[in-house]
Design a protein around this ligand. Sequence first.
Ligand SMILES: O=C(O)CCC(=O)C(=O)O
Ligand SMILES: [Fe+2]
Length: 707
Amino acid sequence: MDSATSTKNALLKRKGNDEDGQNDLPKKQKAESEDESKCAGEPPAWAQTRPDLCETIAWFRQYRSGIYSSKDKGCLGLLIDECCGGRSYVDEEIIIIRLSGGYGKDSKGNLVLKQNQTLGSGSNASVKKSLLNHQPVGVIIDDVGDRNKEIGRTLPHRYNVMDFFLITHVWPEIIGAFVGYMMRLQKIDLTSKSWWAAKGSPEPPASRDFHTRPECMICHACGHESCRVFKGVWACLNEDCPLFWEFINGPPTTELEYDPVFLSHRFFWDITNLPESPTLVPLPPVVTDDNRLGFRVGDQARRGFICPNCRKCLPRVFWKGWSCTVQHYVPPQPQGNELGCPFTVNVEGPAIPIEDVIAPPDSLPEPLGRRKISGKGTTMPRGGLGSFYNQPRFAPNASEPDIDRVSMAPYVRLRYPIAGGNIGTVDHIVSNLAINAKDRGPNYLFQRFQELDLGLRRERLTHAPVKGLMTGHFLVNIGLPYKFVVSTQSKSFSDTHQDVLVAYSRLVWATEKIVAESKMKYQKPSELLLVCYVTDMDMGYHDDGENVLGPTVATLSLGSSSTMFLRMKRKYFVGLRQSNNSAPTLTKDDPVLQGCQNYDHRKALKDRHSQGLLTDSEYDEERWKILKSTEDAPPIIKMELHHGHMVVMNGEGLQKYYEHKVVPDGGLRFAVTARHIKEDTVKADDTWMGQYKLPSGQAYNGESLFV
Ligand SMILES: O=C(O)CCC(=O)C(=O)O
Ligand SMILES: [Fe+2]
């Protein structure tokens, strides 16, 4: 047995003896055992939240399960957490863990295998692929408490990158009542000491035995060869054999322990001959004038890097660039390990000209009447009214708008009424080249929004499926705090640059006009949200929050184009609500909106119920007969939003019953949204932040600013 093996056995033994009378130990022994519970070094990369890790480590873009794989290469990365299985084992160079799939919690909350596993599909097939291909697999170890149970040591951080490993064995076992698979991995680099080895443990041996292999035996029933995995016992490991998991000499009398040779044997790999040598951790780039744009808004803009000082994963959080700062975290994010490191990669540079993000317009505006519906595959029209009208591209099933060239001239107004009574209206207000080029108009604002220090950053979502998940875009909130989606630190209107308020005044003009027509009471916007998108950023389906908002929401688009979709929320479209994997329930107070699934039938039932012809339970029973939780509602409105355009959603029902999403084109784009926040939803101390009176000279009149 080499010295590495004896350390390991010590580790294994200690795992079982954790609480064994530590207090009675003599001083020297106690100090040694305290060292045993600490790691010898620091990980090459670490993160406090899973999203930070997944945005930074290219071989582990897996937000939920423990295995990340690619279709071609198989398993690329895995996470060792608290539930790696009963017979799991971790030492300085070897890891033995279960494969995933088929596990669930029993009545006591223990994770148990609930069905047979196979290697035929999903992540288990990817493990097999990596085994056969000698694909390096990156491993991360997670410490949820103050000590990872598998390794028996306190790890320095929550998520810790270990190293690259190769999968050496995959075999089936009986786990509880079912067949489950296990795998053994060996660290690729055997020359340097692993950072997770015990503090004070010896260096790895200089020379290694690469010849010894575990003892193997051939099963007389199936002819398969299986190696000795467990100490003192042997069983056939061919799951198709009648003698599978039948131990010769009878079932083991004690708990199974790994055979020392199975743990200690090592394979030699010529690293240069492996299929590829991926990068373990990405170091920060050197940003130059030549490559700046790519990091600022292009292909590299969403990459994460490792801080060279403290090795923290740095996802792109700030519009200005990458920054290793405690401000990445907002309560209730973990507060530990905040090193206050000053490292930054700044990507600020000269403003990107508007011409670079919108294609040059082919011509001046076409006469509005000559509209052609474009065919499939045409590219997004850019550059103003002329090209927009050449290719209006309404979504299939989506409604066509009424065109109004007068009431908001020189803007053209496309009005989408929402079917079914009192829901509301959506106005798409189309600008043109002349409007965009006017003094302090959209072209100017696009430039200024890049030059001003607006404080744009990605924020942690408050109701995220994965803790720490960030918005897919940069944002900053002005005026009253708007906390529906993210807990944003708001800036008051009085602390906001005049140029931002120029955008605000344009939205005030648009909303005043539209609300006046609707005969609703005008509620002035008291909040302004600036959203900035670069490559790969978007905003999925959401509503803006009918409980905290007045009924009017208006957005000004600046820069690159995008498409906005509006659809009925699923629970109203199908009449059933379903959260996660739970069984569907009937939508309470189903309004049965025009355009929902089974409208006629559902409406007839609702009418009979409200006339007292059906009791509550009869109504529910009848609904269960016809409602099916099938698909999401198709979008009823699809709007192409180009530079300078505005959208006004007016009506509470639009946020309550409908949801919208924005799919940007990929270039730099700002969306400026004005909302009225209900004051009773804001802390009294904060109300001053939303107070703002446009000084004379700042109100927009539809042409240019009054100056
Ligand atoms: O990007 C946009 O145009 C709209 C953004 C939006 O829906 C929002 O901020 O809630
Ligand atoms: Fe929105």
